[in-house]
Design a protein around this ligand. Structure first.
Ligand SMILES: O=C(O)C(=O)C[C@]1(C(=O)O)C=C[C@@H](O)C=C1
Length: 232
């Protein structure tokens, strides 16, 4: 990518809120993304607040704002380039800056339908970690979590594994307590294969990468160990 002598990157502060918001609104309107669910004024107000919390860098060409990146310690929340400056190295310059500032790695969300952005991130070495059906985002549009694993990928991914295991530990604990609680209300403590099959089928919808065969073994182990734990 040739370096553009007219392109400069600088940290943005509260006085840049309007410029950042105009870049955001123009870029988003042109991108293959679901329509925003907030009014332009709400976006301006929200971004002005984010500028006081997050790190924001503005890209300018010959003094005109053409893009910006907004990031925290672990997430790249926004990377936007105005349509008139697309494919001229602005996004790459901003992403390189974020990589330099967050060398331990970071994650981001991208809409599944935003294929140009996904291709851009793939070209820049980001990897796809998980897909969602969109039920947890405001636009209700399927999205993907991507990661740039930084200078020590093992440490980066282990950090993410530890986060998931914190939730998994809580879930296993809650589930074991329920397995225990229901036993007192059953005529016999015999295993119920039809019910266990139902559980596997429901989980397979949420964890398609594992598939029913593996999930059958996993569910069997969880229930067996939970029953054993409850038997003391
Ligand atoms: O639903 C029941 O009947 C239970 O005993 C609970 C449970 C479970 O932990 O989900 C445990 C054992 C059965 O084989 C099926 C399901």
């Amino acid at each position: 990518m040739p370096t553009d002598p007219d392109l400069t990157l600088r940290p943005a502060d509260g006085s840049d809120a309007d410029l950042v918001a105009e870049v955001h609104l123009a870029s988003r309107r042109a991108a293959p993304m679901p329509p925003g669910v907030h009014t332009d004024d709400d976006v301006r107000h929200w971004l002005a607040g984010r500028l006081t919390q997050d790190t924001v860098w503005l890209a300018e060409r010959a003094g005109d704002p053409v893009g910006y990146a907004r990031f925290t310690d672990t997430w790249l929340d926004d990377l936007y380039v105005v349509p008139t400056a697309a494919r001229r190295g602005v996004g790459s310059a901003l992403l390189d800056l974020v990589k330099a500032h967050r060398s331990a790695g970071f994650c981001l969300w991208v809409f599944e339908m935003n294929t140009p952005a996904r291709a851009f991130y793939r070209r820049h070495g980001l990897v796809e970690l998980e897909r969602t059906d969109g039920s947890a985002n405001e636009e209700r549009a399927p999205d993907l979590r991507l990661a740039w694993p930084g200078h020590d990928p093992v440490a980066f991914f282990r950090g993410l594994i530890d986060e998931v295991d914190t939730d998994l530990g809580d879930l296993l604990n809650r589930r074991a307590a329920l397995t225990r609680a229901v036993q007192d209300h059953k005529p016999s403590t015999n295993r119920d294969p039809a019910r266990e099959r139902e559980i596997v089928e429901a989980l397979a919808l949420r964890a398609p990468t594992l598939g029913e065969e593996r999930l059958t073994r996993i569910v069997h182990a969880i229930i067996t160990e939970s029953l054993e734990a409850s038997a003391g």
